[in-house]
Design a binder for this molecule. Sequence first.
Ligand code: GLU
Length: 482
Amino acid sequence: MDKALTILYAVAVLSLGYPAYTGAEENTGFVNKEKERTKREVQKTLTVTTILENPFTMMRDSQMEGLCIDLLSDLSKSLGFNYTISVVKDGRYGAKDKDGNWNGMIGEIIRKEADLAVATLTITAAREKVLSFTKPFMQTGTGILLRKDATIESSYLFSFLSPFSKETWIGIVIAYLITSLCLFLVGRLSPFEWTEISSEQKQFTFMNSLWFGAGAVTLQGVEPHPKSVSGRIIAVIWWVFSIILLAAYIASFAAFLNSGNEQTPNIQTFEDLVKQRTLEFGTIEGSSTFNYFKNSKNPTSRMIYEYMDKRKDYVMVKSFDEGMRRVKESNYAFLGESFMQDLVVAKHCDLVRAPEVITTRGYGIAASLDSPFIKSLSVAILEQIESGNLDYLLKKWRENTCSMKGSAGWTPVPPQTLGGIFLILGIGLALGVIVSLIELVLKAKCTADQEKKSCCSAFSEELGQRFRTRMANQDNPEKVKP
Ligand code: GLU
């Protein structure tokens, strides 16, 4: 009985052309069988639909060429099918119209006018319901394409601040104030800095300390100069800090100016785009990008959709090329697939893609729901990816005219890089103050020996005098004048 069933199954498999795949079978065996099956099934010449999109499908001397054309040719060789290719009649990717009918390449497949769609056709849930997709041959996200000079004036005006991050600038100001305060303290505490309390000859008032610090930053060596060891420790450590900081600033600013970043638009995210009023923005009519914003629940994406929907008569474009042209010629930001935008940015140096990229999707080859080729095509596509052929095709068709001038070439000096000099400054300041206290203790010890007092009381007296005199002088400056 068992034997009879096995024979029956084998006959069924052979007559239906189904793969007789068992667990013991080698992977290559499976692939070969799949190929055989496709060859058997592809009796006729396949009709392929595509869309003109640089560098995927382009017309040159009435011949088609491009990445998708090469991919299709490689797939046909590997699976052994013939094809004829034509450009989609309405020039669209495919979306549902008001009556619920699909247009573009999707419509042509559904109406059986074409067997396959080979293009930068995004795999989406809505499309997957009405036809079959292969595994993706490329991945993409959604980004914003901008013109480099589509920027707000203030970013030019204050670009001298860009070498350091906001945190670093705040750190520098705090370090400057603390150093000036330490210098002022040392100027008061150290008996070698302020020798005669009664004569009010001290040099390091708080204003003088600020002046001394500013002089070091600008390499001007302003007076007064400290005389005590403690004051000199603080001065030297602040000079070292200033020199390293200046070197880092100059190096980073030079790199910034050479990177072309001074022209980077200040729209970094989709939220920035929604908040501004200078640029209009839109995408390709009925594209997967438009439908992404339409279906998204994210508040920013909803705002983008509402903006585009209200102004659809003039912010939407027909093709990627038209979108790119609008970005170049007017105040317009083009929302689209980051993969295509990166290709365009590498070729057109006046364009830039904003850093934020949202969602991940893939481009797949589409066929009708009942198509027998999808599985074989998916396997063949994975083979193309794994063998590195797709990378090769991408390199072949990608034009890198302005690759290194992109926004990724420069970043401000990271705050942690400068962490070491802040630490050394902190240690130096603490050392200076401690040494000034030691100097004062030594002086107090001498006074205690001379006046036969305890060292502690001489120290606290000295300390009190040094700070009380200040108060008294502030109350009545005339009193201390000789
Ligand atoms: N690849 C997209 C599609 O299949 C068109 C381009 C886009 O959405 O930006 O609809």
